[in-house]
Design a protein around this ligand. Structure first.
Ligand code: PEP
Length: 260
């Protein structure tokens, strides 16, 4: 159980937040993060308009920030889209790509997700590449085929050096926002499988952080983070509550064997 890699916990605020409430949450998380062991990385992915606020309130703190999506294009006539370089202007560290809500509601294919991951890397940020199966796919025994294919399409367009700079989040669609988390055994099984796919890309890629996401709460975080191939979490609903988010970060701290 557990492993020799550092832990990482990243919040995904989704389409939540207003300036005043954000300020209290960002400042509270920055303050609370000071007490975490050094082996735990913390980040929050905010809606694009709040990147400037994240820079202003988190700059110099332990907490990194990022975006929840990015354009697959570098620049140009793509009304409403936000380029990776624009996100980099706000000193963001991360951009989520391929969240299941983007795949489901915006028709994003794995090819588009791969192009987005490339843009994020080219801008000097870390893409958090989400993969996950639906309940129907799980029940028909297709989980590994589905998540393996989603990851492979992204790995195929990256060099080994680029692939070593990504973060992967396993987020079973049936566990996101439903209150129904994967069990630690279910999650570990998929993470171990994803680890083998990363290893197939190259030795430098095998230790890419593998986050679990889907109804992570203070009550189940420690058990999930104790698993050998779970390096932390991508946290939706609970990242909007300062106390819950910090408790999840603390649970990651308890599982962080290595102080980096
Ligand atoms: C997510 O949206 O990435 C997520 C994991 O959501 P939740 O934690 O609310 O299930």
């Amino acid at each position: 159980m557990s492993n020799q890699r550092s832990k990482l916990v990243v919040g995904n605020w989704k389409m939540h937040g207003r300036l005043a409430a954000n300020a209290a949450l960002l400042q509270g998380v920055a303050r609370g993060a000071q007490a975490l062991p050094r082996g735990v990385g913390v980040g929050v992915c905010v809606p694009h308009p709040y990147l400037a606020q994240a820079l202003a309130l988190l700059g110099g703190s332990r907490v990194a920030w990022g975006a929840q999506d990015v354009s697959a294009h570098e620049q140009g006539a793509f009304t409403g889209e936000v380029a990776a370089g624009m996100i980099a202007d706000f000193e963001a560290a991360y951009a989520i790509v391929g969240h299941s809500e983007r795949r489901a509601y915006h028709g994003e294919s794995s090819g588009v997700v791969a192009a987005k991951a490339q843009r994020v890397l080219a801008a000097g940020l870390t893409p958090i590449v989400c993969v996950g199966e639906t309940l129907e796919e799980r029940e028909s025994g297709a989980t590994e085929r589905v998540v393996g294919a989603q990851l492979d399409v992204v790995l195929a367009v990256l060099s080994v050096d680029e692939a070593a700079r990504i973060v992967v989040a396993y987020e079973p669609v049936w566990a996101i926002g439903t209150g129904k988390s994967a069990s630690s055994e279910q999650a570990q099984q998929v993470h171990a499988f994803l680890r083998t796919r990363l290893a197939a890309k190259g030795a430098q890629v095998v230790n890419v952080p593998l986050l679990y996401g889907g109804s992570v709460k203070p009550e189940n975080a420690a058990e999930l983070f104790r698993q050998a191939d779970i390096d932390g979490g991508l946290i939706g609903g609970a990242s909007l509550k300062e106390g819950d988010f910090l408790a999840i970060c603390a649970a990651a701290g308890a599982g962080a064997d290595v102080v980096s």
